[in-house]
Design a protein around this ligand. Structure first.
Ligand code: C2E
Ligand code: MG
Ligand code: MG
Length: 512
C-alpha cells in the first residue's frame, strides 16, 4: 500500500459510496459534507444537489405516469360503458343485461331466490315508424324507456335489447311481486305518447320468467322471450308468465317449420279454388286460390295453422312462389281445356313479407307470360293491415303491380284498424268485406245499417265490394237487396280441388 493511499481523504470513499447508491436508484441517498468547504466538499454538495434534482424529476415522472394511467382507466371504463349502453335511451344493452343477470344469479345463489326477467316487445312500433317517421319512432322509444324506469324499483335493471324490445331484471322479489311489477309496467304503457300534434300508443306484449336457483341467464331470457311470444299470440298488449308447456309449443312450431319446408318440395301442397259470385246472376266471376297442406300423418292442414309460422320463418317466400306458379299454371290449363268458358279472374293471397320479395314483379310478369295468361285476369289479395302499415317500398311494389295490369284487392276489410280516410288512398280496386261483419246481418238491424254504411263508404271511395262468408240464402238475399253485387261463401260454393272447378263453372247461372 503506498503512503499516498494510506493518507487518502475518507470523504473520497464516502463520495464513491454515495454515487454508487444513487446509481443503484437510491435517490434519497445523500453524502454528508464535512464543513471544510474545500474542493471535495464542493463536489459533495454538487452531487447532493444533483441527487435532489434527480429525486424531484423522478417523483414528478411517477406522478405523471399515475395520472395518465388513471386517465386511461377512465377512458377505458367510459368505452366499456358505451359498449354496454344503448345510445338512444341510455339503458343497458343486451351484453350488460346478461352480465347483470349472471351477477344477480351468483349473488342470490345462497339464499334460495333467483332473479326474474320481463321481456317486452312493442305491439305497433313499425306502424309508428312507417307513418310518422324514424324521429317519432326514436321519441317513442325514449319515452318507453323513461316509463319503464319509473315503473320499477331503483334496484331493478332496465335494458333495451334492440329495436322495440326491452327487458327488466327484477331481484329479491316474491313471484306475486314480479307479476305485480309486470302489470304496472303494462299499465304505464297504456297511456298515449304525444309526438308533436299526434298521439300514438306504445303498448307492449310482456313475457315474464321467474327463475329458480341455478337457472342459467340464457334460459331465463329464452323463456321470458317465449312467454312474450305467447302474449303476442294472445292478442298482444298483455302479460304472460312462462310455463314449461310453452316450450313444447315452440318445439312443435320448429317441427312444423321443418315439415313445411319438406312439404313444398315433396308435393304435399295443393290449391283449392273458391268461386266469387255475381250475386244477381250467380255467375262465377273469379276463383280464389286457397292453400291446403296434405300432411302425411296429420291429414289436411288448413292455412290458418301454418301461414303465420311460414311468415315468421320466411318460408312464406317459397310457399308464395309455389302458389303463384301453380295458380297461374292451373289458370292456363283450364283455359286450354275449355276455351269457350266465360272470362273469370284468379285471386291469389299475398303475405306482407312477399311484397318485399325482390323478384316478385319479375316473377309475376314472367309466369303470366310463360303461361299466356293476361295480367288483367290476376288479382292479388292483400290484407287490410298490410296496406295500412305499408312503407314506401311496399307502395312502389303495389304501384308496379297495378302498372302491370294486375288487380289489387283489400282482404278481410273490417278486421284491422280500419281508418276511413285511408280507404280513399289505398292502391286497390276491390275490397273484400270480412265475414265477421255480415254474420248477424239478418237478425241485427243495427248491424245491417252498419254494413250498409260500409258499402256506401267503399263505393264512394271508388272501390268494388266483395262480401265474404255468405253462408245462407237469407244473407245472400239481404246483401243483394242492400246493393252488393259480388260475394263469396259456402252458400255459393266451398273451396274445391282444381279438378272440380270446370264442372262448377258450367253449372246453371242461378245459385243453389
Ligand atoms: P282469406 O283470404 O280471407 O280466405 C277466405 C277464408 O274464408 C278461406 O279460409 C275460406 O275457406 C273461408 N271461407 C269461405 N267462405 C266461407 C264461409 O261461408 N264461411 C266461413 N266461415 N268461412 C268461409 P281458408 O282457406 O282456411 O284460408 C284462411 C286464410 O289463410 C285466408 O283467408 C288467407 O288469409 C290465408 N291463405 C290461404 N291461402 C293462402 C296463400 O296461398 N297464401 C297466403 N299468403 N295466405 C293464404
Ligand atoms: Mg283472401
Ligand atoms: Mg278474406
Amino acid at each position: 500500500m503506498s503512503p499516498e493511499e494510506d493518507t487518502q481523504d475518507p470523504r473520497l470513499q464516502q463520495l464513491v459510496d454515495g454515487v454508487v447508491r444513487l446509481a443503484a436508484g437510491e435517490l434519497n441517498a445523500r453524502i454528508e459534507p464535512s464543513g471544510r468547504r474545500d474542493d471535495i466538499d464542493a463536489v459533495i454538495t454538487g452531487v447532493n444537489l444533483l441527487a435532489e434534482e434527480l429525486e424531484y424529476i423522478h417523483s414528478d415522472m411517477e406522478q405523471r405516469v399515475a395520472d395518465r394511467t388513471a386517465m386511461l382507466r377512465r377512458t377505458q371504463a367510459g368505452l366499456e360503458q358505451m359498449a354496454k349502453t344503448d345510445a338512444l335511451t341510455g339503458l343497458a344493452n343486451r351484453t350488460l343485461l346478461y352480465e347483470w343477470i349472471r351477477e344477480a344469479t351468483l349473488a342470490t345463489a345462497g339464499d334460495g331466490t333467483s332473479p326474474a326477467v320481463l321481456v317486452l316487445d312493442l305491439d305497433s312500433f313499425k306502424v309508428i315508424n312507417d307513418t310518422l317517421g324514424h324521429g317519432a319512432g326514436d321519441a317513442v322509444l325514449v319515452e318507453v324507456a323513461r316509463r319503464l324506469r319509473s315503473a320499477v324499483r331503483a334496484s331493478d335493471t332496465v335494458a333495451r335489447l334492440g329495436g322495440d324490445e326491452f327487458a327488466v331484471v327484477i331481484t329479491e322479489s316474491a313471484d306475486e311481486e314480479v307479476l305485480h311489477i309486470a302489470r304496472r309496467v303494462s299499465e304505464r304503457l297504456q297511456e298515449g305518447v304525444q309526438i308533436g300534434t299526434d298521439t300514438v300508443w306504445a303498448m307492449a306484449s310482456i313475457g315474464v320468467c321467474i327463475g329458480t336457483p341455478g337457472y342459467p341467464a340464457e334460459a331465463l331470457m329464452r323463456d321470458a322471450d317465449i312467454a312474450m311470444y305467447q302474449a303476442k299470440a294472445q292478442g298482444r298488449n298483455n302479460v304472460q308468465l312462462f310455463q314449461p308447456e310453452m316450450l313444447d309449443a315452440v318445439r312443435e312450431r320448429s317441427r312444423t317449420t321443418a315439415e313445411l319446408r319438406r312439404a313444398v318440395a315433396g308435393g304435399e301442397l295443393e290449391l283449392q279454388y273458391q268461386p266469387v259470385i255475381e250475386l244477381a246472376s250467380g255467375r262465377v266471376t273469379a276463383l280464389e286460390a286457397l292453400l291446403r297442406w296434405h300432411h302425411p300423418v296429420q291429414g289436411t292442414i288448413m292455412p290458418d295453422s301454418f301461414i303465420q309460422i311460414a311468415e315468421e320463418t320466411g318460408l312464406i317466400l317459397e310457399l308464395g312462389r309455389w302458389v303463384l306458379h301453380e295458380a297461374i299454371r292451373q289458370m292456363s290449363a283450364w283455359h286450354n281445356a275449355a276455351p269457350d268458358l266465360a272470362d273469370f279472374r284468379l285471386h291469389v293471397n299475398l303475405s306482407a313479407v312477399e311484397l318485399l320479395r325482390s323478384d316478385l314483379l319479375e316473377d309475376v310478369r314472367d309466369t303470366l307470360t310463360a303461361h299466356g295468361v293476361d295480367p288483367q285476369r290476376l288479382v292479388m289479395e292483400i290484407t287490410e293491415t298490410v296496406l295500412m302499415s305499408r312503407g314506401t317500398a311496399e307502395e312502389q311494389v303495389l304501384g308496379r303491380l297495378r302498372d302491370l295490369g294486375v288487380g289489387l284487392q283489400i282482404d278481410d276489410f273490417g278486421t284491422g284498424y280500419s281508418s276511413i280516410s285511408y280507404l280513399r288512398s289505398l292502391p286497390a280496386d276491390t275490397v273484400n268485406v270480412d265475414h265477421s261483419l255480415i254474420r248477424d246481418i239478418c237478425s241485427d238491424p243495427q248491424q245491417q245499417r252498419f254494413v250498409a254504411a260500409i258499402l256506401q263508404l267503399i263505393s264512394s271511395a271508388g272501390l268494388q265490394a266483395i262480401v265474404e262468408g255468405i253462408e245462407t240464402g237469407e244473407q245472400a238475399a239481404q246483401l243483394q237487396a242492400m246493393g252488393y253485387l259480388y260475394g263469396q261463401g259456402y252458400y255459393y260454393g266451398r273451396p274445391v280441388p282444381a279438378g272440380e272447378v270446370l264442372d262448377r263453372l258450367r253449372v246453371p247461372l242461378s245459385p243453389r
